[in-house]
Ligand binder design. Structure first.
Ligand code: AGP
Length: 614
């Protein structure tokens, strides 16, 4: 995901913006740039380069600049390859602009501008914004009217930070379907796409909402709404910054991902806090309003790991509520004819709360009068805000997840979805007291069980060292464990860049077993349930074809251990939470293989932490 940082004030604006951009590196990018104004009356300097932030830093260091204003950007390429020319900021005439999102009608706009004699220096959609604003300024419009006109023309999603030559004290902004916030402190004002960019400056922050546009200076903020079509100034709600520096530091860990894997016991405790008590579900603690929801069916919409968490949730929701639950890939759900209606509860699962496809899926569900809620890690995110007016939101409370590969958010999504299933069952009257107590007890046992399990860390690293040169892996499991097989394969793809596939174990004989040979390690996931024997047969099938077997199974599964080349034993847990134990091991396996291969653990190639483009 791209990152935006802007600053005007008494500090050195270049240092502030570069520090802010460094805090956003974890989200993934392929180029970076900055436009800065050394002082009033000076010309704006612009430096932008493909590559890591350090490339830009090295060029800037030579200038050793001081500046009163700056806007900076880390770009994750959408329109146009990663290159110096396509990096932001984009400048035209008096206008410098940085942009997150996609301008869907940029081609039409660009053709119109070309026909009017404009020349472009990049392949990006963003550059048309600079041309349009400068064009409006040339019509003697004041900057706000120019910005309003241009924002009205643009279609798609954008968060913009803009600086204007000759306007040295103001940062202009506009926001539609892409996160953007303002910050203010005693020595300056900020614009940022993510509050972590500001964690070193600790300002008060105010989230912008769709349709907001205006400017901020050290003395004032003027903010209007395109959506509300009003000329009245919109009041902002300033809050203390939630992010704190230690949350975004690796501590004693080599990588954020390793730290976040080890944070899972604490994250699960936070997911449960206030929501269970005396061995029971604390309905008011969930803060959800089901009074308006006539739930006849449930649709879960999500992407990636969150989708796999939804597959685990489906089993619990259907078993406890006795209604149908469909788990939908958000990028498919949003475009097809669905059975969503006023009797449907749509649950968005999302760590970031900004995933474009999941956001669009929720907007579609709301337009179909469904009752909507989210299971989300970022309070105030776009998805969070969309659901506030409907059933509400369940926060993961997992704390910031910095590493691109989701770990603690994934297990917290599963835990919170299980809490939701118990709460809905209790609300609808289908949960016996004994079942409630046993399942809550199982959830409460997880932090301790996972803490013990993390003691396998070194053993998993040693195991991973056997597979450094394997180009492929297969993960299989049954019941609640086949979604974990999917997740394990996804982790291996996104971290070790090898082709890994997850499959329901029973599906092997319908094709995938043809790929199994002595060069295919197979990770077999076992729960302590009546599916163990079936899964053991699947283990034998792939072993007979030469596969190396890595089994992740209950400690006492002796037959499994005998038939496996590598065996990771799990402490016994209630089947209700078995999926989470296996999830931790597949996370560690992918982490260590990635690290052993010398790859970039926290910022895997081609990936972004939050996919806000479609
Ligand atoms: C998980 O490791 C991936 N980074 C990715 O699949 C992620 O789960 C997906 O993009 C959904 O993100 P969200 O939870 O922020 O919506």
């Amino acid at each position: 995901m791209c990152g935006i940082v802007g600053y005007v004030g008494k500090k050195n604006a270049v240092q502030v913006v570069m520090q802010g951009l460094s805090r956003l590196e974890y989200r993934g990018y392929d180029s970076a740039g900055i436009a800065f104004l050394p002082n009033v009356g000076h010309a704006t300097h612009l430096q932008k380069y493909q590559g890591q932030l350090s490339v830009l830093q090295n060029h800037i260091r030579e200038l050793d600049p001081t500046a009163i204003m700056a806007i900076g950007h880390t770009r994750w390429a959408t329109h146009g390859v990663p290159s110096d020319a396509n990096a932001h900021p984009h400048k035209y005439g008096r206008v410098q602009v940085v942009h997150n999102g996609i301008i869907e009608n940029y081609a039409h706009i660009k053709n119109q501008l070309l026909a009017e004699g404009h020349h472009f220096s990049s392949e990006t959609d963003t550059e048309v914004i600079a041309h349009l604003i400068d064009q409006q300024l040339s019509l003697n419009k004041n900057p706000l009217d120019a910005l309003r006109t241009v924002a009205d023309i643009l279609r798609g999603a954008y968060s913009l930070a803009i600086s204007l030559d000759g306007d040295p004290h103001k940062l202009y902004f506009a926001k539609l379907r892409s996160p953007l916030l303002l910050g203010r402190s005693h020595d300056g004002v900020f614009i940022a796409s993510d509050e972590f960019a500001l964690v070193d400056f600790g300002p008060q922050v105010a989230e912008l909402v769709d349709g907001d546009f205006g400017y901020i200076s050290e003395d004032e903020v003027e903010i209007f709404s395109l959506v509300e079509k009003t000329t009245a100034l919109r009041k902002l709600s300033w809050q203390p910054l939630r992010a704190v520096a230690d949350q975004v530091s690796k501590g004693s860990f080599k990588h954020f991902m390793h730290k976040e894997i080890f944070e899972q016991p604490e994250a699960i405790k936070r997911a449960l806090a206030g929501r269970v008590g005396d061995g029971k579900i604390n309905l008011p603690g969930l803060g959800l309003d089901f009074s308006k929801a006539q739930v006849k069916r449930i649709h879960i919409v999500a992407c990636g790991s969150a989708y796999y968490a939804g597959l685990v949730a489906k089993t619990d929701l259907e078993a406890m509520l006795k209604i149908s639950v469909d788990v939908e890939i958000a990028s498919e759900y949003r475009y097809r004819q669905t059975l969503t209606d006023e009797h449907t509860l749509v649950i968005a699962i999302s760590q970031s709360g900004e995933t474009a496809d999941t956001l669009a899926a929720i907007e579609k569900a709301l337009s179909l009068n469904a009752s909507c809620m989210s299971i989300c890690n970022v309070v105030g995110s776009a998805i969070w805000r969309k659901c506030e007016g409907s059933v509400g939101n369940l926060s993961l409370n997992a704390g910031p997840e910095i590493s691109v590969a989701s770990t603690k958010a994934f297990t917290s999504q599963i835990v919170v979805a299980k809490l939701l299933a118990l709460a809905l069952a209790k609300h609808l009257g289908g949960l016996s007291a004994d079942e409630e107590v046993s399942k809550v007890r199982a959830l409460l046992s997880l932090p301790h069980k996972i803490t013990d399990l993390l003691g396998s860390d070194n053993m998993v690293r040693l195991l991973a060292s056997n597979f450094i040169d394997h180009p492929k892996m297969l993960y299989i499991g049954r019941g609640d464990l086949y979604p974990i097989a999917y997740e394990g394969a996804l982790k291996m793809k996104e971290l070790a860049y090898i082709f890994a596939e997850g499959y329901p174990a029973g599906e092997l004989k319908h094709g995938p077993i043809a790929t199994v040979d002595s060069d295919m390690p197979v990770v077999v996931l076992f729960g302590n349930d009546d599916l163990m024997a079936k899964t053991l047969s699947n283990l034998s099938e792939v072993k007979a074809r030469g596969a190396k077997i890595i089994s992740i199974a209950p400690m006492n599964a002796e037959l499994v251990q005998e038939d496996s080349d590598f065996f990771i034993g799990l402490d016994e847990v209630d089947p209700f939470v078995a999926s989470l134990m296996s999830a931790v091991i597949v996370q560690l396996l992918a982490y260590h293989l990635c690290d052993l291969k010398g790859l970039d653990v926290d910022k895997p190639r081609n990936l972004a932490k939050s996919v806000t483009v479609e």
